[in-house]
Write a protein that binds this ligand. Structure first.
Ligand SMILES: [Fe+2]
Ligand SMILES: [Fe+2]
Length: 300
């Protein structure tokens, strides 16, 4: 049995302020104005409670679905590296970058390169990175792309979608449980058009054709239990709230403890949802769910 912890959108604290005229008119500065209003939505103490709770469960692997930073600055990426190192070795922690990690285009590739050890195993390989761990293939997509101010959209691109189709097929042939990770929700209607994945329909077509056993995402800062059409039945989709949210405007912080057990009729997947109990100052179990194996083809 493989134990995977999933959480998202830690939005690590930042001390960044605009310091040049170019910065002042940049997307970062506009984002900073928005952030002043939203800062109370992220509390480092809540994130510390959550990561301690995850560590206490000693998962085999941790999946973080993006928005580690707020303004995508080099200083924030250094902080993200330090923080990721506290979660465990990089080969046991996989990160899918979010829109906040790609806020501005200038120098983006070099900044994202700083997180390269957490994206996948092979140097120089493009997304999706596929990490094989026990009975599981973690198929890690990147939807992170710079956008104009006031937009928080994402995109995968045709080349990444083509590699995804091939990667899903290869993992299925190898008998692995395919867990797809991305930042933006692939299910329609979870976020507004301004925050949506531009090529979500193309992604859904690949998943409908090639299948996956589970999809994990963030970005919405809400808990999502959804489903997408697969070749033999629905593909479960889990969206995690922000891991640093004390609650209020958005859902309080929470994470998914996912147990994946291989089986003849496809893997069985059990999900325990753990969430912040603000009054008690700790996380507690909110519910347990069994995601039935569908790869063997259950009649509709
Ligand atoms: Fe976020
Ligand atoms: Fe996001």
């Amino acid at each position: 049995m493989f134990r995977l912890a999933h959480f998202s959108d830690p939005h690590l604290p930042s001390s960044w302020t605009p310091d040049t005229a170019r910065d002042v008119v940049s997307k970062r500065a506009l984002s900073r104005l928005a952030w002043r209003r939203k800062r109370s939505q992220h509390d480092p103490a809540v994130l510390a409670l959550l990561t301690a709770d995850v560590a206490a469960h000693a998962p085999d692997h941790i999946a973080v679905t993006g928005d580690l930073t707020n303004f995508s600055t080099p200083e924030e990426f250094e902080r993200a590296r330090t923080w990721l190192s506290t979660l465990g070795p990089a080969d046991r922690v996989t990160v899918s970058p979010g829109n906040h990690d790609a806020l501005v285009d200038r120098g983006l590739a070099a900044r994202l390169e700083r997180l390269r050890p957490w994206f996948g195993d092979t140097d120089g390989e493009a997304f999706p990175h596929v990490r094989r761990r026990g009975p599981v293939a973690l198929v890690n997509l990147s939807t992170a792309t710079p956008t104009p101010p006031a937009l928080a959209t994402g995109a995968l691109g045709a080349a990444q979608l083509a590699r995804l189709a091939a990667g899903l097929e290869a993992a299925a042939q190898a008998g692995l449980a395919r867990v797809v990770m991305l930042h933006h929700p692939p299910v329609e209607g979870v976020v507004s058009r301004r925050k949506a994945l531009d090529d979500a329909a193309a992604l859904r077509a690949v998943l409908r054709d090639r299948g996956a056993e589970l999809v994990l995402h963030g970005h919405g800062h809400e808990s999502v239990f959804g489903a997408l059409a697969g070749p033999v039945g629905p593909i479960p989709v889990l969206g995690a709230p922000s891991a640093s949210s004390p609650g209020g405007r958005h859902a309080p912080a929470g994470w998914h403890a996912i147990e994946i057990e291989p089986g003849a009729g496809g893997p069985s997947i059990r999900v325990t949802v753990r969430g912040l109990d603000a009054a008690a100052g700790k996380l507690r179990e909110l519910g347990r769910y069994v995601l039935l194996p569908l790869t063997s083809g259950i009649a509709a």
